[in-house]
Every structure is written in C-alpha cells, then in structure tokens.
Design a binder for this molecule. Structure first.
Ligand SMILES: [Zn+2]
Length: 311
C-alpha cells in the first residue's frame, strides 16, 4: 500500500469511524506466525499489523514475511531499483519487528488482476506446508471497497490457501517433496472496514433546476428503452380499477404522457435526495477525498491548519 500524501484540505466526510467496539482477544498458543502480504510495507502500515506482529514475536512466535509482489512501482527510482530498494527496506522493517525472514514471490506490482490465482494460491499452500504456521496473518479477504488489486488478490489466495493446505487431496505433488498437509489453526485479516460502509453515500451534491431538467431530458433521449406510449393507458386502467385518476394523464396524449411519467419518476429522486441534504435537488455519491485513506492525518490537518498570514 502506498501512502499518497496529498495534503489538500477538503470538507469533512463522515464514514462512521470510531463507532465500533471490539472485544479483546488473546494471543493463541503456538510457535509460528506466517504473514503474507502483497507489498514491502504492508506489515508496517497504519491500520495494522506491525504492532500485532511485534506482540506475537514477544510472545515467543517465530514470524515469517511473504512479500507477494515485486514493488516495482513503489518509488521514484525506476522499476528494477524500486524492487531492490523496497526489498531491502522490507528487511529493515521485519528486523525491527523481530521477524525471521522475507520470502519474495515477485508477482508484478499493481498488475495482479490477471495473474493465475491458482498459481499464487499454490505458492501460499506450499509455504504454509513448509513453515507450518499456527497463525496466518494477511488482509481481510472480505474487505469491501479495497481498490488495490494486489491487496484483493493476495488476500483471496491466502484465505483459500489457509483452508486448502490441510487437505491431502490438494496438490499431492507437494508430498513427493517431503511436505505434509498442514491446517493452521488461526487466521487474522486486517482491513479498513470503515470502507465497507461505502455502499452508503457520504456526500450530496446540489443540483439546480436546469441541471435536473437536463438529467431528465438525457434519460428521455434513450427512447428505445424509455419512450412508452402505452404507459398512459396502462396506468389509467390501474387507477380506474381503484376508482382514481390523475388529471395530467387524462389531459396528455400518449407520447407526452410517456415523458411526463419519466419526469415524475426522475424528479422525485432528485428532490428526495435534495431534501435529505437540506436543498431542493441533489444527487448522492460515495466520495473519496485525497486523504480518505489517512483519517488520522486528515483529522490533524483539519483541526490544526491555520490561514497563512498575508504578505
Ligand atoms: Zn500494500
């Protein structure tokens, strides 16, 4: 995960952070911790897991770090030098945390969507069988709105490997190399679960009358799908069955009624969202500001930035 320090001050966004309370856990009994992450720095970043790794090591665990990508894009030194520098710094990080070793798989950084996931999964199954961890630690594979493809794919392959490594029917060719099935007892996955609330819009943008009309005309332009001259009579029939009618429908012809129905439908949505935002019209969206991944830094700047004195 690269930390893009774009220090723009933007309006506050509420994503519901700090609302959860979690029960405290204990370090499970065991001797080996296997940490598998895509990048050189994922064992040290803000939302975990450096402190947990240090605690496991202090508890007596031997800990190993799998770095799945080559980190070629993380830095300003060109791909080959980035890879080497970042690998060296991965080592610096694991030494501070008391870990034993770094295993680099060297999948191409940020390009992990099209890789054969079964192949990555097999590598992880093999390493679980080799190191025989009691505890496996990685990204939470069900972390919603994780935009980094390496995080998503390594997390998915890792949790599958954690499950499958214990089966003697999975990759039995490993057993000819002296491996044995191994089912680790514990899996921990870090995640920015406040991102998981991203299905809920966190900002509304106000629209004026003209913008709402343009929106309505734009959808109406898709006549093949939305122009429905039969809608007026169908709606009139349904209303008549209940002893009701809408005067505007009675006054319009079939073509105009189709546009009118579309207008009612679309305009209500813009007004409804606008009403929730305290304005006439709006649309609501999920917004990520330049610091959305750095809430601690954003909070500090929002609280402490001052207007610069004029010269
Ligand atoms: Zn990362």
């Amino acid at each position: 995960m690269r930390l893009c320090l774009l220090l723009g001050i933007v309006s506050g966004i509420l994503i519901g952070q700090g609302q959860n309370r979690f029960p405290l856990g204990e370090i499970p009994p065991g001797k080996i911790l296997l940490v598998a992450q895509p990048h050189h720095d994922d064992h040290t970043t803000d939302y975990g897991m450096g402190g947990v790794i240090a605690r496991f090591v202090e508890h007596g665990y031997k800990a190993y770090y799998i770095r799945a990508s080559n980190d070629e894009k993380d830095g300003a030194n060109g791909y080959p030098r980035n890879d080497i520098i970042n690998l060296k710094e991965t080592w610096n990080g694991i030494r501070i945390l008391g870990m034993e070793d770094v295993i680099s798989l060297n999948w191409r950084n940020d390009f992990m969507n099209p890789i054969p996931l079964n192949e990555l999964r097999e590598q992880l199954i093999f390493l679980i069988r080799k190191y025989r961890p009691d505890v496996v630690l990685g990204h939470n594979p069900w972390e919603h709105y994780q935009k980094n493809p390496d995080h998503r794919n390594v997390a998915r392959a890792l949790v599958e490997a954690y499950w499958l490594a214990g089966y003697d029917t999975v990759h039995p060719e490993h057993f000819k190399l002296g491996m044995k099935p191994h089912a680790a007892g514990h899996f921990y996955g870090k995640g920015r679960l406040d991102w998981g609330l991203g299905q809920i819009s966190n900002v509304a943008l106000e629209l004026n009358d003209s913008q709402v009309r343009k929106k309505e005309r734009a959808i109406a332009a898709h006549r093949n799908v939305y122009h429905n001259p039969g809608a007026r009579r169908a709606m009139q029939a349904r209303l008549a069955a209940m002893g009701m009618h809408v005067p505007e429908l009675d006054a319009a012809n079939d073509d105009d009624a189709s546009d009118l129905i579309l207008h009612w439908w679309m305009n209500w949505i813009s007004r409804d969202i606008g009403g929730k935002a305290g304005v006439a019209y709006a649309e609501d969206l999920y917004y990520m500001d330049p610091q959305y991944h750095l809430p601690g830094l954003k909070a500090y700047i929002d609280a402490n930035a001052r207007k610069a004195p004029s010269e």
